[in-house]
Design a protein around this ligand. Structure first.
Ligand code: CA
Length: 233
C-alpha cells in the first residue's frame, strides 16, 4: 500500500484526486494549506507528495524546498494552473520530480505516480547491491570494487572475503568464522591460509591509502574498521 499526500487548497480538486487515487488502491491524506502540508510531509512517511503551487500559508515551491532538506528522496509532483517554462524550471529547481498542468487527466497523474514509484523502487534495490564503507565500495551485482573511485581488481576469493568483512564491519571475525563463511569449510587451527588472503587483500585495498581498513587482532582474528594511520594500533 502506498501513502500519498495531496496538498491542494481547492476542495473540489483535492477530492477529485483523492477519490481517483483511492480507487487505484492508494491511501491518501489531504492538506488544504502549505504549512500543514509541509508539517505532514516532514513528520510522516509518504511514498509520493502531490502539491499545488499557489497555496495559502506557504506556496508549493517553498514547501518543496523545505521538504527536500528533510526528505531528499521522496518523489514530489507539482500541480499548477500556471504552465509557463519559468514555473517548471522553478519547480524543478526546488526539487520537484514531475509537473502537471491543470486541468489534467487523472489517468495522466496515475502514469506519473507509477513511474515515480518504480524509479524509487529501482533506486532502493540498486542501493542494496552496493556495500559502502569509508570510501570503499563493493557492487554485489557487477562485482566491481572501488576505493575513492579508483577501481581495484580482486580474485573471486579475495572478493568473497572482502564482501564478508564489509557485511560485518567493526566486529572481530575469528579465523574459524571466516573459514566457514568464506571457504565453506573449517580449517585446522594453526593454518595461515586466511592470513595469506588477508595480506593479499591488504595489499590491494589498504596499501595505497592513508586510512587502513583491515586489521589483525592478535589471538582473536581480524577486524574491518576505519582506523586513521596515526592512531593505528
Ligand atoms: Ca491553489
Amino acid at each position: 500500500m502506498n501513502n500519498i499526500l495531496i496538498i491542494e487548497d481547492e476542495q473540489r480538486v483535492a477530492n477529485l484526486i483523492k477519490q481517483g487515487l483511492e480507487e487505484q488502491g492508494f491511501i491518501t491524506t489531504v492538506a488544504n494549506d502549505g504549512e500543514t502540508g509541509k508539517q505532514l510531509a516532514i513528520v510522516n512517511h509518504y511514498d509520493i507528495i502531490i502539491t499545488d503551487i499557489i497555496l495559502p500559508g506557504m506556496n508549493g515551491i517553498d514547501l518543496c524546498r523545505e521538504v527536500r532538506l528533510q526528505k531528499p528522496t521522496v518523489p514530489i509532483i507539482m500541480l499548477t494552473a500556471l504552465g509557463t517554462t519559468d514555473d517548471k524550471v522553478e519547480g524543478f529547481d526546488a526539487g520537484a520530480d514531475d509537473y502537471l498542468v491543470k486541468p489534467f487527466d487523472l489517468r495522466e497523474l496515475h502514469v506519473r505516480i507509477r513511474a515515480l514509484l518504480k524509479r524509487n523502487q529501482n533506486n532502493n534495490n540498486l542501493q542494496g547491491f552496493i556495500l559502502k564503507y569509508a570510501g570503499l565500495e563493493l557492487n554485489l551485482s557487477t562485482k566491481i570494487v572501488k576505493r575513492d573511485d579508483k577501481e581495484i581488481s580482486l580474485t573471486p576469493k579475495e572478493l568473497k572475503l572482502l564482501e564478508y568483512m564489509m557485511q560485518n564491519p567493526e566486529r572481530v571475525l575469528s579465523r574459524t568464522e571466516i573459514a566457514e563463511q568464506v571457504w565453506d569449510t573449517t580449517f585446522d587451527t594453526g593454518t595461515n591460509f586466511i592470513d595469506v588472503y588477508i595480506n593479499y587483500l591488504r595489499k590491494k585495498v589498504d596499501k595505497d591509502f592513508e586510512t587502513k581498513l583491515i586489521h589483525t587482532k592478535p589471538g582473536l582474528g581480524f577486524i574491518f574498521k576505519k582506523i586513521p594511520h596515526e592512531n593505528k594500533n
